[in-house]
Design a protein around this ligand. Structure first.
Ligand SMILES: NC(=O)c1ccc[n+]([C@@H]2O[C@H](COP(=O)([O-])OP(=O)(O)OC[C@H]3O[C@@H](n4cnc5c(N)ncnc54)[C@H](OP(=O)(O)O)[C@@H]3O)[C@@H](O)[C@H]2O)c1
Length: 478
């Protein structure tokens, strides 16, 4: 989080996007860098080098990037010029990910263009199995000074960080040979989303919530993630990971940590990280009985493809596309409150939200046999249509006393007359500013894996079959 975006350093910077031909690079990274450029948040002397195996000449590469750039922050009349200026800073080098020769070519291109070669950000927008070999090839080509404890160069890696605690540790140890922790930015883009960034502010900048934020007043907390599509192009990747690793261990565990942690000593990265780690370490790893797993099938839907019939997926795959996990937190604040994390693909809608259900009023003068009215709910809707709302019971206007549930609703689009930044705008700016508060520390990653590794191992080793559910299923309807 950047209290002062104007404090962006004017020192030159070079960004290297590994996997520049890929979906993430084209749809997120370049558009966000362009947004920062339009807002004057990149240093005057910046350059962006795309690197991938695909053969592009400079103009074909720039054209492929231009397709996805939008003028969120440039007035329409000057947008075309801004795109042209931005693309003039974008270069492309084609090569092999595990050949240091290819990275020598990259280095030579950076030097030949008289661009910055020490203050470099390497963005790993590549499949995870390539992270280690690319890092080593970069080092072998002399692009990083091994063992340096400086904050440059920097590496950004996308989740998933391993498949369990053991493989995560091995990946971290391997990458640490090239990039020490002070240079490593583990991105979980949910942490850059506006509503997720707002959770700490809502909790700790408003006196009304924190006194109620405990087991005395809260009945349960649900964190839900739904997609209404199947795995699509990412089938091969997804089948190797499944929904618990892909969404719950990362995005949902981070939202849980922010919503349940104790108040950090400050809003600085170290203090927030410490509070999140303490919370994650208080979570009891779920037993197999506390975990439900499912997989989408066609069911009665005539159209659509069952998971096991998706291209690239084995006909007997047991990978879960849906999971619901009940977690318990063993501390004084939360003992007895269930935290229910659920995520699924091929469901009835696309949304993600945090839903806090408060206990009903115990002695309610408006009913004969309390509790007769549901408890209040505070909902942080992360996507779509960012919003925060609180359901309250109120009297319907009229001569009779009729109670009804209504919302106090903070809709971002209508309340804040401003463009809501993409999560990657925020996170890329933080990388440039060396602000680590929205990135995942190694000990945080360890604590998150420690929660889920035992049950993942049990699912893998027991040969547990996911229950089939029909495409378009609404798990909340039951
Ligand atoms: N897409 C998203 O929205 C998203 C969201 C969250 C996290 N991520 C993570 O971000 C990273 C990149 O995602 P992505 O969707 O952009 O991936 P991608 O499109 O599958 O891959 C990026 C590039 O890597 C190269 N590549 C792909 N498969 C390869 C293989 N088997 N061997 C060697 N090179 C290969 C390809 O470039 P060349 O063939 O030209 O080299 C491809 O253009 C992944 O770690 C992913 O898990 C992505």
């Amino acid at each position: 989080m950047h209290p002062d975006v104007q404090a962006v350093s004017a020192d030159p910077v070079t960004l290297v996007v590994m996997g520049a031909s890929g979906d993430l690079a084209r749809t997120k990274i370049y558009p966000s860098l362009f947004s920062l450029y339009c807002q004057g948040l990149l240093p005057p002397d910046f350059s962006i080098y795309g690197f991938a195996r695909s053969n592009f000449d400079a103009s074909a590469f720039r054209a492929s990037i231009a397709e996805k750039l939008t003028c969120r922050y440039a007035p329409a009349e000057s947008c075309k010029d801004r795109i042209t200026e931005f693309l003039a800073r974008c270069f492309y080098v084609s090569g092999s990910y595990n050949a240091s020769d290819s990275f020598l070519d990259l280095y030579a291109a950076i030097r030949a263009g008289s661009h910055e070669s020490e203050r470099v950000v390497f963005y790993m927008a590549i499949p995870p199995f390539l992270f280690s070999s690319v890092a080593h090839a970069i080092a072998d080509a002399g692009l990083v000074r091994c063992g340096s404890h400086d904050t440059w160069p920097r590496v950004v890696i996308e989740k998933p960080f391993g498949r369990d605690r053991r493989t995560s540790d091995a990946l971290s140890a391997d990458l640490a040979q090239i990039f020490p922790e002070s240079q490593t930015f583990r991105i979980d883009h949910y942490l850059g989303k506006e509503v997720v960034q707002n959770l700490m502010v809502i909790r700790f900048a408003n006196a009304i919530f924190e006194p109620l934020w405990n087991s005395r007043f809260i009945e349960k907390i649900r964190i839900s993630w739904k997609e209404d599509i199947g795995v699509g192009q990412r089938a091969g990747y997804f089948d190797n990971y499944g929904i618990i690793r892909d969404v719950i261990q990362s995005h949902l565990a981070q939202i849980l940590a922010l919503s349940a942690m104790e108040r950090p000593v400050s809003d600085g990265a170290r203090d927030v990280g410490d509070a999140k780690v303490a919370l994650l370490q208080s979570i009891v790893p779920p037993s197999p009985e506390e975990v439900t797993i499912g997989q989408y099938s066609t069911g009665n839907v005539a159209s659509g493809t069952a998971y096991r019939s998706e291209p690239g997926i084995a006909g007997n795959s047991r990978t879960a596309t849906y999971a619901r996990i009940k977690l318990r937190i063993e501390n004084d604040r939360w003992r007895g409150v269930p935290f229910i994390l659920s995520a699924g693909k091929g469901l009835n809608t696309r949304m993600s939200e945090l839903r806090i259900t408060f206990k009903p009023v115990a002695e309610n003068i408006f009913c004969d046999q309390p509790p007769c009215l549901p408890g209040n709910e505070l909902v942080a809707r992360i996507q779509p249509d960012e919003a925060l709302y609180l359901t309250i019971t109120s009297k319907e206007p009229g001569l009779n006393l009729v109670l009804t549930q209504t919302d106090l609703n903070l809709k971002y689009q209508s309340m804040f007359k401003t463009t809501i930044p993409d999560a990657y705008d925020s996170l890329l700016l933080d990388v440039l500013q060396n602000d680590r508060s929205l990135f995942i520390r190694k000990d945080e990653l360890d604590a998150a894996w420690d929660i889920f590794t035992p049950v993942l191992r049990d699912i893998d080793e027991s040969g547990r079959e996911p229950e089939l559910y029909p495409l378009g299923w609404d798990p909340d309807a039951e």
